[in-house]
Ligand binder design. Structure first.
Ligand SMILES: Nc1nc2c(ncn2[C@@H]2O[C@H](COP(=O)(O)OP(=O)(O)OP(=O)(O)O)[C@@H](O)[C@H]2O)c(=O)[nH]1
Ligand SMILES: [Mg+2]
Length: 703
């Protein structure tokens, strides 16, 4: 078999790596307008020319080759490990032309690893707007590697880049003088290290000298040799690194002077800076932020209500149509009350999920997300987090899983840990169905001036989760004792027009994922639940059936009422009913009955299952397939004739779902990121306690 030709895309954060990756591979890797979008490696394939198909590796952005955070570490390991699976044969360094100096620093470090390198220059349009002109041929000559101007956002320059890759592929060896001479900084002994570990260049040897304790591919014997050598020569890591960066900048200064011309020494005020005068203003900026968030919640509720009612109508009419069409049978019951009820329960929420994801993508794509970090840094800092924590928290509104991974960009370990621990308190899209159905049941649909009351309550729930996240952070901040100096450094990207196609694609993709992922779980759970709710201990079920059949014989005129009563009693004695009843004493203080108890159990692994459980439980044994779920739930009554869903019970459930950790995927990802089961378990327990106590307080106050 041919060895695969591997090309790694590296560069500073937000320089356009993932955009280029998408342009080359045709895949849909996440792109966003803030530093730190990509936090893990991702591969795809690309036909470079008719002879060469390469594997492309997209990597997290790094400012320099000295990793400071977990996402930078991912890139570092791919570049350093000679035996690694992803070890690239060619590196394409993506450099932002509007920030060339800093980007060239990283380019020069990569070049000195002595692998084939191409520089792909992005953001040339922005550089032009800023009045910067770059002499590309000159840059190529001075750097000694091919430089290609591209715009991956508009798919420009890609053929030229491929051609250049093809040329390097046929070239046999790398023949370059290093950008700077490492030996001049360290002394010649660095070659010893290079020999010990067969490094490709003395610069790589320097990196090994700095990090040999953490590099897993080195053998024990090599480590001992390295340590001994470093000891003899009095190696001082920080001093050497500082000297290295200084020498590089010195040479880059010369390159810049020769190849880059700026129109006027006074920097042109670009549009972004003018916008930021308002959007980052201490007062107006925060007002705008509140306004933006407010609009998002109102539209999730109000805007989505129209398509939602169409979906509801579609499913309830399909239900009643099938009901009339199919003969009474076991299969019909399973189909309508098990499967269809479960699916419709979740399909209704597609419009809301799409709107939510649409807005989040807009925030990310326009560059506003990074401003939110900036605006909230003070608040975050006061509870032991920092501005960078906002990104995971906000993306936690979509889903906690990628959000927790996004915390990799936080350099400070303690802040990263706390961010991971509190992110699931942010209301994610899986809670949205639960919120919507309960709010619709117990909160009147009234307008208060401009605002819709239900929309306000929805926003209140999101806020409750957020405030609790801050409170828990503060508490953890007091308990976790790690002293590490923290600072917030984040580049503010220029504002960009959102790519509408990307927004559209994301909305559709996320809706698909939501339906598929939730759909699979829901299908299985609905069918199991339907079975548990339909069957019970045979003796008891027989006894109930016989009793009612006898009663019906005596009173044939009462048949309808008696049948309904029989079905209710059967459900209570079914296996599901038994489970719920066993659970009931624990949840009675919160205002829940055994049906809700079952829903709490089934939604343990994934919250959205709550809705489909309700749909199944309120359908089994009932002849009500033409009603919407909300109507079925509204009609539910307790033994004493009072409705099940009173304000107190509804709000208590809402609070429970805001706080409770009911998501297996989140627990798995927290385990992966913290490398221990201890933390997801701790997280589960504290969130469950919050949920229980919170729900109890809500119920007690309102009833
Ligand atoms: N104007 C302009 N925008 C670009 C260009 N290339 C990429 N972009 C935009 O730059 C932003 C960042 O792009 P990404 O591809 O996510 O950058 P990245 O390097 O993968 O970023 P990280 O994963 O955070 O390191 C997006 O908004 C892109 O649409 C370009 O040549 N010109
Ligand atoms: Mg990226």
């Amino acid at each position: 078999m041919h060895p695969v030709y591997k090309i790694a895309l590296v560069g500073n954060p937000n320089s356009g790596k993932s955009s280029l990756f998408n342009a080359l591979t045709g895949l849909n890797q996440k792109v966003g307008n803030f530093p730190g979008v990509t936090v893990d490696k991702k591969t795809g394939t690309c036909a470079i020319n008719e002879n060469l198909t390469a594997r492309i590796i997209d990597l997290p952005g790094t400012y320099s080759l000295y990793p400071k955070s977990a996402d930078e570490q991912v890139t570092y390991e791919v570049l350093m490990n000679p035996a690694g699976l992803d070890r690239p044969d060619l590196i394409v360094v993506i450099a932002d032309a509007s920030n060339l100096k800093r980007n060239l620093l990283f380019c020069s470090q990569i070049m000195d690893l002595n692998v084939p390198v191409i520089i792909a220059l992005t953001m040339n349009d922005i550089a032009r707007q800023k009045g910067i002109t770059i002499d590309i041929a000159g840059l190529e000559r001075m750097m000694g590697v091919p430089v290609i101007a591209i715009n991956p956002r508009k798919n420009k320059g890609i053929p030229q880049l491929k051609k250049s890759i093809g040329n390097l592929f046929t070239q046999q060896s790398v023949n370059r003088t290093p950008f700077i001479q490492i030996e001049e900084i360290t002394g010649n002994w660095i070659q010893e290290i290079a020999e010990i570990c067969k490094a490709q260049s003395t610069y790589q040897a320097l990196h090994i000298a700095c990090n040999y304790k953490d590099l897993s591919y080195l053998q024990a014997a090599q480590r001992i040799q390295i340590a001994a050598s470093l000891d003899i020569h009095g190696f001082h890591k920080a001093k050497v690194q500082a000297e290295e960066v200084m020498q590089r900048y010195k040479r880059i200064g010369v390159v810049m002077k020769q190849c880059v011309a700026e129109e006027s020494p006074v920097k042109k005020a670009v549009m972004s800076e003018r916008l930021d005068k308002i959007l980052l203003h201490p007062l107006y900026g925060n007002l705008v932020l509140l306004g933006v968030l407010f609009m998002i919640f109102q539209s999730i509720f109000w805007f989505a209500s129209f398509p939602m009612s169409w979906v509801e109508l579609l499913f309830s009419s399909t239900g009643s149509w099938l009901n009339g069409l199919l003969p009474d049978s076991f299969f019909k019951d399973l189909l309508i009350n098990g499967v269809l009820a479960g699916i419709s329960g979740i399909a209704v929420f597609i419009p809301q999920i799409m709107i939510l994801f649409g807005f989040i993508t807009l925030l990310e794509d326009s560059g506003y997300m990074a401003r939110i970090s900036f605006l909230t840094d003070r608040l975050m800092r006061s509870v032991g987090l920092n501005g960078r924590s906002v990104m995971p928290l906000i993306s936690g509104m979509a889903c906690a899983v990628p959000a927790i991974m996004a915390a990799r960009t936080i350099q400070n370990r303690k802040e990263r840990f706390i961010t991971i621990m509190v992110t699931p308190l942010m209301s994610c899209s899986a809670r949205l169905p639960v919120y919507t159905i309960l709010i619709g049941l117990v909160i009147p649909n009234r307008n208060l001036g401009f605002f819709n009351l239900q929309g306000l309550v929805l926003m209140g729930l999101y806020l409750l989760g957020f405030v609790m996240a801050l409170v828990v952070s503060k508490v953890m901040d007091l308990f976790v004792r790690v002293k590490e100096k923290t600072f917030f450094l984040m580049e503010l990207p220029v504002y960009r027009m959102p790519r509408w196609k990307n927004v559209g694609i994301t909305m559709v993709e996320k809706a698909k994922v939501f339906v598929m992922d939730a759909g699979k779980v829901i299908m299985i759970i609905s069918v199991i639940l339907w079975a548990l709710a339909t069957f019970g201990p045979p003796q008891k079920m027989h006894e109930v059936t016989n009793r009612y059949e006898a009663a019906i014989k005596q009173n044939p005129s009462q048949k309808a009422i008696l049948t309904a009563e029989m079905n209710t009693e059967k459900l209570e004695h079914s296996y599901a009913g038994m489970m719920g009843k066993a659970f009931e004493p624990m949840i009675r203080p919160l205002g829940y009955d055994w049906k809700i108890g079952i829903a709490l159990i089934t939604s343990f692994a994934a919250r959205e299952v709550f809705v489909s459980t309700m749909a199944t439980l309120y359908s089994v044994g009932e002849n009500n397939s033409d009603l919407t779920l909300r109507e079925k739930m509204r009609a539910a009554h307790r033994m004493d004739g009072k409705p099940v869903y009173t304000l107190a019970t509804g709000v208590s459930l809402l609070v429970f779902y805001v706080f409770a950790m009911q998501c297996m995927s989140t627990m798995v990802i927290v385990k992966r990121e913290t490398r221990s089961w201890k933390y997801p378990l701790l997280q589960f327990s504290y969130m469950f306690m919050l949920a229980y106590v919170g729900a109890w307080i809500a119920y007690t106050l309102l009833s």
